[in-house]
Design a protein around this ligand. Structure first.
Ligand SMILES: [Zn+2]
Ligand SMILES: [Zn+2]
Length: 104
């Protein structure tokens, strides 16, 4: 994971987020955020359900490690690229990300 120097939080890890999460950060509001674990991307719930993301999460670590399911992994990689485009991927510092995350 890359590093970023945030004016407010200093040196932090970079978190990939959808454009809505980034907007919420700019507007100082909070959003419910879903993690797309295999891709290390965090998106709002609208993006999560609109872009078939539950499909991606069907890939398990075992699938990736074992490489037994190459076809499935190729399909997921293509899907992942599509998702990154669709959500208008942006970046936040780790501290800013914590602030925008709505925890219920
Ligand atoms: Zn979104
Ligand atoms: Zn920050």
């Amino acid at each position: 994971m890359g590093k970023v120097i945030c004016e407010k939080h200093g040196e932090q890890g970079i978190i990939s987020v959808c454009s809505h999460v980034h907007d919420a950060h700019l507007n100082k509001t909070k959003l419910l955020i879903q993690a797309i674990t295999p891709l290390y991307i965090h998106v709002c719930s609208v993006c999560y359900y609109e872009h078939n993301i539950p499909e991606i999460e069907k890939v398990t670590i075992e699938d990736v490690v074992a490489l037994q399911n190459q076809e499935k992994i190729n399909r997921i990689e293509k899907l992942a690229l599509k998702v990154e485009e669709a959500i208008g991927k942006e970046y936040l510092c780790g501290g800013c990300f914590q602030e925008v995350q709505f925890i219920c």
